[in-house]
Design a protein around this ligand. Structure first.
Ligand SMILES: *Cc1c(COP(=O)(O)O)cnc(C)c1O
Length: 385
């Protein structure tokens, strides 16, 4: 089976991990700082905070922005459930904004209409979470303008998008947002096994996130409420969590960062090849906006169902039978049973649901060979008839 995504672990990665295992620190040691530094350098951002996964990073980001019970968080329905669950963890109310069918990212016109209505009803969101689907940035400039006009905070879910750019700035620079979150799950662009990172230019938010990552405990005298009782002394000044990343993981991440550019280049090459070789099939290939440079986490095609006999499920099952590990990203979050219990119903976000009936993710990973890709393409051709 050719998988839809696959991590690449080299001898250098393994040696970096072994070095940590033989050192004095295997968690919250010097490798964390090195990994955070490499992300800050790449993203041209002031602060990077490493955590155990992107779900924690989103949760911590919401808490750092003060999201609570009386608040609303909005995101896209075409995402992994963590993009909205983070709001539920804080007791907030979730809502979604339908997608732009060209990019599968949040539709900024739909967002504006919804904000105007919400303002009228005094239900404006405290936080909006744009998801850079498949690695392509949302229209962050338009979002930024709306954020200023309606007074909400922005957390970018860039789980797909490390190494991508928007208007010639790296994703993660937080030029148009308060916080950006990355995931290092093995199917993502670079991996730490499990892992996540939050970036920000706001030092107060960064400090708050560092506290929340580690139980709300500080050892810094200037943050303490009381006078120190001795060199052992620490204080819990907030209710935090254990969201820490290990040094073992951070060493792997820092080592993977050395190949990020090469990974993105190979992904681009494979995407260009897919675009050319799939051009005349009854499918829609991904659209890349002129002001975005995608990190190409996913290559998602949409079937032109009116022009072919099989439906999405039949094409999917045929591909799997032919040894191609296709996947579907994502089942619209509002159609999940848990979200049904919160009041969401099918039909609420028609573009997302239409997308879902047509979408298939084809295999794409940096170590994929041209021969493997040819096999995917020929299996797709066979599966569409
Ligand atoms: C993978 C992913 C997450 C969650 O990342 P973890 O590191 O697995 O917690 C969140 N949002 C999106 C869009 C993702 O793809």
């Amino acid at each position: 089976m050719i998988p839809y995504g696959r991590q690449d672990i080299t001898a250098e990665d393994i040696n970096a991990v072994i070095e940590v295992l033989q050192s004095d620190w295997i968690t919250q040691g010097p490798a964390i700082g090195r990994f955070e530094e490499s992300i800050s350098k790449l993203c041209l951002v002031e602060h990077s905070v490493a955590v155990n996964n992107a779900t924690s990073a989103l949760h911590m980001a919401c808490l750092a922005l003060g999201l609570g019970r009386d608040d609303y968080l909005w995101t896209s329905p075409i995402t992994f459930v963590a993009s909205s669950n983070c709001g539920l963890y804080c007791g907030a109310t979730i809502d979604f904004v339908d997608i732009d069918p060209r990019t599968s990212n949040m539709d900024m016109n739909a967002l504006e209409s919804k904000l105007i209505k919400a303002e009228y009803e005094s239900k404006l969101p405290k936080i909006v979470v744009p998801v850079h689907f498949s690695g392509q940035s949302c229209d962050m400039h338009a979002l930024h303008v709306l954020a200023k006009r309606f007074g909400f905070n922005v957390i970018e879910d860039a789980s797909h998008a490390i190494g991508g750019q928007y208007r010639n700035k790296p994703i993660g620079s937080c030029h148009y947002s308060d916080i950006t979150v990355f995931s290092f799950h093995p199917v993502k662009i670079i991996t730490t096994g499990e892992g996540g990172m939050a970036t920000t230019n706001n030092s107060e938010i960064a400090e708050k996130m560092r506290l929340l990552r580690s139980h709300g405990i500080t050892r810094e005298a200037e943050l303490m409420i009381n006078d120190t009782q001795g060199p052992w002394y620490y204080e819990q000044i907030d209710l935090g969590y254990n969201f820490r990343m290990t040094d073992i993981q951070a060493a792997l991440g820092a080592s993977q960062m050395n190949r990020l550019g090469a990974y993105i280049n190979r992904r681009r090459e494979l995407v260009a090849r897919y675009d050319t070789l799939l051009a005349n099939l009854p499918i829609i290939t991904p659209h890349e906006n002129p002001d975005a440079s995608s990190a190409w986490h996913l290559y998602v095609i949409r079937l032109k169902l009116r022009e072919i006999r099989p439906d999405r499920r039949q094409v999917f099952e045929s591909m799997r039978r032919l040894g191609i590990g296709v996947n579907v990203h994502y089942i619209p979050v509002h159609t999940q049973p848990y979200y049904y219990s919160l009041g969401f119903r099918p039909g609420m976000f028609p573009e997302a649901e239409q997308y879902y009936s047509e979408a298939i993710s084809l295999p794409l990973f940096p170590t994929m060979t041209d021969q493997q890709q040819d096999k995917v393409i020929s299996a797709l051709k066979d599966s569409l008839v």
